[in-house]
Design a protein around this ligand. Structure first.
Ligand SMILES: [Zn+2]
Length: 253
C-alpha cells in the first residue's frame, strides 16, 4: 500500500513541481499564470501535450525544444524531480500528519523560489501569501485556533527580528544587507515552524549559503546570492532534524 501511495505522490509531486517551476518563470516575467498555455520561451511555439509531461518529456526530448532545438533549462527538470522526491520523502517521514503538510507547503514554496530567486533574484509576494493561507489552514485543522494565534505571533516576531537585523546590517555595511523577500520569507518560515526552529533554519541557511558562495564565486562575479532557497532548505532541515536540534538546545540552555 505504502508503495502505491509513494508512487501516486511521486507522480503528483512531479506535476505540481512542473506547475510551480513554470510559476517561478512566469511570475517574475509578468506572464499570466493561467494563460497562455505552456510555450517555449525561445521560439514562443505552443507545446503539445506530450512535450509537457513532467520529467518524462525532458528526457524524451533530450532537454531541447522539439521545434527550435534550443535547450530547455535543466532547472525545470531538476525542480520536477526534486518536488516529486520531496512529496514522497515527507510522506515516508510523517504519513499524512501535520508535519507532512507543513513540510510539503515549504517544499512547494522552495520549488517556485529555486526558479524565481536563482534565475531572477525574485521572491513572489503572491506565493508567500498563498503559503501563509495554506499554513494557517493546516495549523487550524490539526491544532485549533490557539496554536494558529501563537504561530502568527511567531511569524510576526521573526519578521520584526529580521527587519531589525536588516537595519543594523544596512548601517554597518552601508548598503542593502538583506532583501525584503528574504525577510518576508523568514516570517512565513517562522509561522510554519516557530521562532526557535527558524533560528536553526537561519543558521543552516547561512552555512549552506556560504558554501554555495565559495563554490559559485568563481563563476558569478556580480556577488549577489539568492538567499531564499537556502532559507527554505534550512527551514525544511529544521523540521527533518527537529528532535536532534531540540536535544542540542536542551543541552546548551
Ligand atoms: Zn522552441
Amino acid at each position: 500500500m505504502k508503495l502505491y501511495i509513494s508512487l501516486f505522490l511521486f507522480i503528483l509531486g512531479s506535476v505540481v513541481g512542473s506547475f510551480l517551476g513554470c510559476m517561478g518563470y512566469r511570475i517574475p516575467n509578468k506572464i499570466k499564470t493561467t494563460f497562455p498555455p505552456s510555450f517555449c520561451s525561445e521560439c514562443n511555439k505552443k507545446l503539445k501535450w506530450y512535450m509537457n509531461i513532467p520529467i518524462v518529456s525532458y528526457i524524451f526530448l533530450g532537454g531541447k525544444c522539439a521545434y527550435c532545438k534550443k535547450p530547455i533549462g535543466f532547472i525545470y527538470f531538476f525542480t520536477e524531480i526534486l518536488c516529486a522526491f520531496l512529496f514522497v520523502l515527507n510522506n515516508l517521514l510523517y504519513g499524512f500528519s501535520i508535519n507532512f503538510f507543513i513540510s510539503t507547503i515549504l517544499s512547494c514554496v522552495l520549488i517556485v523560489t529555486i526558479v524565481s530567486d536563482f534565475l531572477y533574484y525574485y521572491i513572489s509576494d503572491r506565493v508567500l501569501i498563498i503559503s501563509v493561507i495554506a499554513i494557517i489552514v493546516t495549523l487550524y485543522a490539526f491544532t485549533g485556533a490557539n496554536e494558529v494565534l501563537k504561530a502568527i505571533i511567531n511569524g510576526a516576531l521573526m519578521f520584526g527580528i529580521m527587519y531589525a537585523i536588516k537595519l543594523l546590517g544596512n548601517f554597518i555595511f552601508k548598503r542593502e544587507s538583506l532583501g525584503d523577500g528574504d525577510i518576508k520569507l523568514m516570517g512565513v518560515i517562522s509561522l510554519a515552524i516557530g521562532v526557535m526552529n527558524s533560528f536553526c533554519a537561519l543558521f543552516l541557511a547561512s552555512v549552506i549559503g556560504l558554501i554555495y558562495s565559495l563554490f559559485i564565486s568563481k563563476i558569478n562575479k556580480d556577488g549577489i546570492i539568492p538567499f531564499g532557497p537556502f532559507l527554505l532548505i534550512g527551514g525544511m532541515l529544521s523540521i527533518y532534524f527537529s528532535e536532534f536540534f531540540a536535544h542540542i538546545f536542551h543541552v546548551l540552555i
